[in-house]
Design a protein around this ligand. Sequence first.
Ligand SMILES: [Zn+2]
Length: 236
Amino acid sequence: MRRHKSLNLMNNKGFWPEKVAIVDAIKDILTLGKCRRPLPIKDYGFYRDVSWRNEDNDLVPYQSADWYVYEALDEERMQVDSRRILASLRTEPWRREDLLGDHYDLFIMAEDMFDPDRTRGLSRVDYSVGRSAPLTAAVISTYRIEHIWGLPYSYLKTEVMRQLCFMFGVPGQAREDLLAEGDRLYCPNVCILRPAHVAPDDWERLTEDRLAKGALCEQCTGELREFFEQAAGEEG
Ligand SMILES: [Zn+2]
């Protein structure tokens, strides 16, 4: 799969003051990764195509941010299933070469989210803040990090930076020091790619470290630079 391709932003929150954290997070990741060939970024905002509802007022598949969320909603839990929304993003018709073609999706939603894979075992919490699929898509729920006593901008920035790295395959499987949780790999160092479960507390800790010591440890920084170096070397 290609590494150099456009990064499409989508959310279902409309205008909210913390939105700028997304762009700031992307800038920081490109800078940290010494990216010399920036990914084209397209912001679809609160995505709703002109034909997002049909004549019966039903949501039309793939035509709105609302549909992606509704399609993945677990109605018993009233939480969005991260595996299902990532599957929709991975298989959406927009990826066809005659439409948008291959790209990254970064989807930010207001609803609470859960990870069905994690709920089966290791979990200490029954929600999830962010999830990603390699070289394809990342989804983030702001529900738990917009805590009234927290710093929504900073926590969101931390999480966008984390999920971008995970989507780019950092930290990668070549390292032997990584922590595995299910099929997820995390960094053991003082680094935003550490595991995080409890919101907002864990995001507070990651954010404090990010501001005091930098976002990524040396190994992860090296891997991110390698990723962008490979991306820059791709043709087209
Ligand atoms: Zn690290």
